[in-house]
Design a protein around this ligand. Sequence first.
Ligand code: MOS
Length: 745
Amino acid sequence: MNRAAPEPKANMGQPAPRIDGRQKVTGEARYSSDVSVSNPAYAYLVTSPIAKGRIVRIDLRDARAVPGVLDILTYESMPDLKEVPFGAGGGGPTTSWQDMGPEIGHEGQIVGMVLADTFEAAREGAYRTKFEYESEMPSSSFGSPGITKEDASKASARAKKLPQAGNAEGAYASAAVKLDQTYGTPTQHHNAMELFTTTCVWNGNELTVYEPSQFVYGLKNGLAKKLAIPPEQVRAVSTFVGGAFGSKGQLSPRTWFTAYAARKLNRPVKLVATRDQGFTIQTYRAETQHHIRMGASRDGKITAFIHEGEEVTSRPDPYAVAGVEDSARLYRFGTVKTHVTLVHADRNTPGFMRSPPVVPYIYALESAMDDLAIKLEMDPVELRRVNDSMTDATGKPWSSRHLMQCYDEAAAVFGWSKRDAKVGGMRDGDWMVGWGCASAVYPTHVGACAARVRLTASGHAQVAIAAHELGTGAYTVIGQIAAERLGIPLNKVEVALGDSDLPPAPVAGGSNTTASACNAVAKACAAIHRKLYGATTETVGGGMAHTDERPRLEQAFKQLGVGALEEYAEFLPPGAGPDAMKKLYAGTPYLSGGSKGEKLMYALGAEFVEVRVHSLTREIRVPRIVGAFAAGHIMNPRTARSQYMGAMIWGISSALHEATEIDKRVARYVNDNLADYLVPVNADVQQLEVILVPEEDNFVNPIGIKGIGELGNVGTAAAVANAVYHATGIRVRQLPIRLEKLLAV
Ligand code: MOS
């Protein structure tokens, strides 16, 4: 795990250490709630203990009597702010529940905000508020009374046209070998280290918001809409984000309540919501169910693939991840039928959570592939090989696909050929040993993006772009592309990100940041290069020179007679409309990729896992994971490896640990804290091997970058489940795999 970064291969950039690493480890990096503003008031939220009903009485006398309490906002004192439609993406609101009541739509809905001179007084005030409710019986999840079902294709734009090919029911009915199984994934919450925080400062009509955000242009424009002020009057700043994973991509009610409070008090207001409030005031990964039927010939060719998913969402909002879009294309199925049903319950609206469509849907597919391999008495790698293809069932070609290369490289390092295929056939003393594998896949998203680059005659560059640093290394790779294209060392590049005053980048979601931002920066660098050297030598700056071109640069500046050059560039990915940039400025990002265009654009990988299950205690250990990934041009093998390692650890988490438990009687999250919401600790993570498989694909974008942030945790849970089956003969089809589910051996 702690080896030095490998030597870069042909299509890989330098393994540069993070340029913001020192700031982060010394505490010098300023996260949103660290930003100091003068004379702030502190906000503390009051949230609803009921999931469904209404507020019938509010008594704030005791709360107002707390020394230091300045004001208390409730639905009675909040003016009606403009309803902004729920936006399942970009900067739109996370939910249609946009008021502090009196109607209550989910447990933990914000019903009040106490403002005070100190955090402690605000908290004390919040504890002393008295809200009386009239409560109705809520519906909590699948199978609860009162849920309503809806065809996702009718409600969600994402699910409008799901893949279908041929007569899958017919092909299934006549298949020689059949699999019919259901799989399920639990509710999960992001639980980023950094809490949900918002600080609002008004200066006359101008509002500055400091908030950890995956999309500062969305935040700026959405908030302006909500407050009914021109977007030019709002600035959103998010210099560093302490983990987001999809939870900080959209505008949420807390932000407009804080902005309103600051305007009302005429004083900066700072809110840091608590860990448990974070479970309900933002989004989460909803629980899913999958019914998969597969038909195959005896030699393993899959002739029919039928994937029907169900996803929980809130009462009003049709949030769907609809990952059949990806599961139905991963192999060359003869025929395909897919469907997604939304189940509306009295819950907060779910939202993006790391690899939103593929984590649950590929867990189901890759578990089913293993189930099918067992039925066929076939090696699971061979089953994938037999069904590998450069086109999907609808005839759409892949722009590049190196899935089997990933399998071959990972299998060799893992030692897969030494596997005893017999279930329970590998044992080490008291430990039952199992080996399993699964595929990883993630859509290659690339977004419309702008950037500004300034280069001085002394060889210093400044890059400005409203992209976001979520802990992934964005500052570093964006600096690297400028250094490479301008021919200067990385330490001469200054990178500014996360501020809506800078040229816009898309939402840092769908793993698009490196591809979108680097292509925009490269374009601005190319323009500078042309001015300096003329068109003929553009290839010098266009190549990955990694050389210091400063003597040549000084000469060129001298000839031009200027001290600096500055260029602004706009990058549009294939398929973007002519107004994509205008829309981005207005807070709506355009992302291409995945199955959207004329070719399938995806990054792929293969993961091999060893598990050990103790024969007496059923303790489950994952001593070893090997993952091989092919994701186009890798800007930085060091940060890429970190991404993959973190992702595979998250995969262990999905497999063995994570689940938000719901008290079904009251539709309330029970383990809404980091003591009871389990995530892996160091002892749960042992050997992780990452293999970067070289791949070139200049169809996806000029530099050939495929996003990697969300790739590595896709498939891991299935690989663990498959290995657990191999060890024990018990197939767990509802995550997470906890030891009580293995007690039957
Ligand atoms: Mo990620 S869930 O696309 O922020």
